[in-house]
Design a protein around this ligand. Structure first.
Ligand code: CP3
Length: 359
């Protein structure tokens, strides 16, 4: 697939399938074509997924490793993407840590007993990923077996801020009133909470790598709500702890935020072999801001997948041109695939990326 000479030294630490173009791009090695996958590539826009979701809830799918593995593989087979992402959710650690999690139809996640004071933090337990989320580890092993080296498997977790925001608000939020309120009014509780949460998420990512994940992504989906000085003081040290633990395993680590243009230099400081970019800044400007000593992932606007093919092609081309064939670009959206996205456009986008970037 790629020039084998180029892999031998630099990829020594990636024992598994180092020749795959996704893993090569994470290491900023030359590739035969730009690798592409999509955040939320398994989901309701796919008929194969809906067929399973008609019979089982999200949490029921995740609890059954065979089903989770099947759903993980659906987009790999249907779309021709260059990586699989484990079917799971960033909120899975919430229940074993001691809070009740529910996905309410049409509304999203609901956590019944949110964290508001120090006594709530004191009741939390540190996640023991191998036992608490053993079904997730089993799904990873099954997916690896079924992929048989065809494409790599990405594991993931939520970042401390994003997971904390759900555990404090109890649901999705626009203002983060309670979350920021805790930072400002009760920093002792905030820091105590971030300690146990970051320790838990670090252990979770390391366990996923031990089970067979060949790269991991940290989703800080709601971090864009923060001013840089608040990120630096209240979040960066904890994201860093999780990222550094994951990096110690030797696999590539993708650090992704949404609406995080002003935070990019700080996110790079926190860590990651790859930084995820949303669509709010052209890819070349984002990469310039970060510096070219780190790989980037992104950054097509998810809505582009609803556009006429000619526009889609033009936008795919634009992202690739801004990456300029420089080693270290992984093509993705700027955020997850949306619910009613036409599958044929997603498949077309994969083909366009491969065709337009072929070296
Ligand atoms: O990317 C993938 O294909 C892997 C699976 C995956 C899911 N959630 C499954 C899921 C991943 C990577 C996630 C991450 C996730 N979960 C994030 C970060 C990514 C992002 O988009 O920013 C967040 C914020 C969550 C929390 C979450 N889970 C919300 C807010 C919701 C409800 C909103 C919605 O789309 O309904 C979920 C549910 C969820 N997790 C779905 C899927 C496929 C929708 C599910 C369904 O009911 O089938």
């Amino acid at each position: 697939m790629n020039n084998p000479q180029a892999t031998s030294v630099a990829s020594a630490q990636w024992v598994d399938e180092p020749q795959l173009r996704f893993l090569r791009a994470c290491q900023r090695l030359p590739v035969d074509a730009t690798p592409v996958w999509f955040m939320r590539q398994a989901g309701r826009y796919m008929p194969e997924y809906r067929a399973i979701r008609d019979r089982f809830s999200l949490l029921e799918i995740v609890a059954q490793p065979e089903l989770a593995a099947e759903v993980t593989l659906q987009p790999v087979n249907a779309l021709g993407v260059d990586a699989a992402i484990l079917f799971a959710d960033i909120l899975l650690p919430v229940e074993p840590m001691g809070l009740k999690l529910e996905f309410v139809k049409g509304e999203g996640p609901l956590i019944h007993d949110p964290i508001r004071r120090l006594a709530d933090v004191a009741r939390l337990r540190t996640l023991q990923p191998h036992t608490d989320l053993g079904h997730v580890m089993e799904a990873i092993r099954l997916v690896r077996k079924e992929l048989d080296g065809k494409v790599p498997l990405i594991g993931f977790s939520g970042a401390p801020f994003t997971v904390a925001s759900y555990m404090i608000e109890g649901e999705a939020s626009r203002e983060y009133l309670h979350t920021k309120g805790m930072m400002y009014a009760d920093p002792q509780t905030w820091h105590a909470f971030m300690e146990i949460l970051s320790e838990s998420l670090a252990a979770y990512l390391v366990a996923q790598v031990e089970a067979g994940a060949q790269a991991v992504q940290l989703f800080d989906s709601w971090v864009g709500a923060l001013a840089p000085h608040d990120y630096a003081e209240f979040v960066l040290p904890y994201s860093r702890r999780v990222l550094q633990a994951a990096l110690t395993t030797g696999v590539p680590v993708i650090h992704f935020g949404v609406g995080a243009t002003t935070l990019l230099p700080l996110m790079k400081q926190a860590g990651g072999s790859v930084i995820g970019l949303d669509w709010r800044l052209p890819l070349d400007q984002g990469w310039d801001l970060l510096g070219h000593d780190v790989a980037v992932q992104g950054n097509l606007d998810p809505i582009t997948l609803f556009a006429p093919t000619a526009i889609l092609r033009q936008r795919v081309q634009d992202v690739l041109q801004r990456a300029a064939g420089r080693p270290g670009h992984i093509f993705n959206l700027g955020h997850g695939i949306l619910k009613n996205t036409p599958v044929e456009n997603v498949r077309a986008a994969v083909e366009m990326v491969h065709e337009l970037s072929a070296r």
